[in-house]
Design a protein around this ligand. Structure first.
Ligand code: GBH
Length: 487
């Protein structure tokens, strides 16, 4: 048997001429031509300027201003001061070489009261941001709702507890499509339905010192019953559907729209047709309340059976609106939700527990398994025949620090990105229609109830001085973007 020795004649040559093609690893995994490479952020997490230029108060302003809700009582009042530093931030993105950027629009900047009178200065900020991006050769992708609801709608309607909020959302979405649609071609309606609905409207209790119990989750900090919560879920997907219709009727003909959901992903333990089928079925049921109803226009039998008397109230007309045709599906993918195996019971699958020793990234919820970035788009195509899929978020928090030489060596984030992106490339090589990837996040930012403790950025932010320092991972990502490939 012949054993290949690593030091071949070829690799010696390669070292001598390191700038030649022969020095490149040969198993480069290339992405499709025209692939969108971007980074993502959201308004409340980076903008600051919470009360400037006519902006209305959002539920996250209210929530963070109440002591005890957020780690260290951090707030987004200043955050990354992106509202004033957006030019520098676009220049940094250009340096990384991304060709696209996913940001969100703060609804209360546009309509301070949620509906009614628009605030021209609010729109003006996003208009200037979009111009700056275009001039840098970066395609803008706008998310319309990344959780910062106008406080007025919370006070007046109880937020998403009412259909009136869904209707107001559609009006605001149509207004944006009308006013930015000349330059913004891609819109995401709502970011992570499950996160803001379950976190904000039910949340969870956690024991702190002295027998005190803290209620956590996020704004508006409610604790609804299961039935009321299911109705909120329904209003959220209805808001999405109404917004899609409004964008279609008030936007330009080339305007494209989809949602961005943190889908629950079931990963087959073993890659056989039986296990894969089981994982598909599980994924469909696990997302019955959001993704599945938006793509199928019906609640699954299992969901209606399981929720029973707590099932949402809905009409056929609403289901039609909820499933309005989309141009693409956006999914935020961080971790597998579950591992599954086939089973003889009627559902056809069973859950395999995640072992306690399973590797995790810094956030305690963040189970590490690159395979989920293969299976997530795979399931979306096989279950619903999606023609275009965007990975609207993927990334990880790490315990980044500035080293003595002034740099940030986030080798764990590089490992994370390399291994997850290899699985995404595997999906594209299998013919899964993935159109782009937005790394979360462009910069360290306000990580909701975790405050500024969990850093997700490619760029390190010193929140005292607002100094930005690109990390090692930014350099790594730049190379991936440049090659349109991972190695
Ligand atoms: C996204 O949420 C958000 O869109 C973004 O704003 C945020 O900064 C980013 O990701 C990083 O966290 O049920 O075990 O998953 C992240 C997804 C969903 C993580 C809810 C925490 C609760 C525990 N989040 N999840 S679990």
């Amino acid at each position: 048997m012949k054993i290949k020795h690593p030091v071949t004649r070829r690799s010696v040559d390669a070292r001598q001429a390191s700038d030649q093609a022969s020095s490149q690893p040969t198993n480069t995994r290339t992405f499709p031509k025209g692939f969108y490479w971007g980074v993502g952020t959201s308004s409340y997490q980076i903008e600051g300027a919470w009360n400037e230029n006519g902006k209305g108060v959002s539920i996250w302003d209210t929530y963070t201003h109440k002591p005890g809700n957020i780690k260290n009582n951090d707030t987004g009042d200043l955050a990354n001061d992106h509202y004033h530093r957006y030019r520098e931030d676009v220049a940094l993105m250009k340096e990384i070489g991304v060709n696209s950027y996913r940001f969100s629009i703060a609804w209360p900047r546009i309509f301070p009261e949620g509906t009614g009178q628009a605030n021209p200065k609010g729109l003006d900020f996003y208009s200037r941001l979009v111009d700056e991006l275009k001039a840098a050769g970066i395609e803008p992708f706008a998310t319309l709702y990344h959780w910062d609801l106008p406080q007025t709608l919370q006070d007046k309607y109880g937020g998403w507890q009412s259909k009136d909020t869904a209707k107001a959302f559609a009006d605001y979405a149509g207004y944006i499509a009308e006013h930015l649609g000349d330059r913004v071609k891609h819109f995401f309606t709502i970011n992570e339905f499950r996160s803001f609905v379950e976190g904000g409207y039910q949340g969870f209790d956690t024991q702190v010192g002295g027998g005190k119990v803290l209620h956590l989750g996020g704004a508006p900090g409610l604790k609804l019953s299961n039935g009321d919560l299911n109705q909120v879920r329904h209003h959220a997907v209805l808001g999405h559907g109404l917004a899609v219709k409004a964008i279609r009727s008030r936007g330009r003909s080339g305007t494209k729209v989809g949602f961005a959901e943190n889908m629950r992903i079931a990963v087959p333990v073993i890659e056989t047709p039986e296990y894969i089928k089981a994982a598909e079925r599980a994924t469909r049921e696990l997302n019955a309340d959001f993704t599945t109803v938006m793509l199928e226009g019906r609640y699954t039998e299992e969901y209606l059976k399981e929720t029973g008397k707590d099932a949402p109230k809905f009409t056929d007309d609403e289901l039609k609106t909820i499933a309005s045709p989309l141009d693409f599906v956006g999914i935020n993918v961080y971790k597998p939700n579950t591992y599954v195996a086939p089973s003889d019971d009627p559902l056809g699958y069973r859950h395999i527990p995640i072992n306690a020793s399973h590797p995790k990234m810094q956030s305690e919820w963040h189970v590490f398994d690159p395979q989920c970035l293969y299976w997530a788009p795979h399931h979306v195509q096989s279950l619903w025949g999606a023609k275009s899929i965007f990975i609207t978020e993927n990334g990880c928090a790490a315990s980044d620090v500035i080293a003595d030489d002034g740099k940030v060596y986030d080798s764990d984030r590089v490992m994370f990105l390399r291994s997850y992106l290899a699985q995404l490339q595997r999906a594209t090589a299998d013919g899964v229609p993935v159109s782009g990837y937005f790394l979360w996040s462009g910069q360290d930012n306000f990580e909701w109830i975790y405050g500024y403790g969990n850093r997700f950025g490619l760029i390190y932010v010193d929140f005292k001085t607002q100094k930005r320092t690109p990390k090692l991972s930014a350099q790594w990502f730049r190379e991936a973007v440049r090659r349109n490939a991972v190695v």
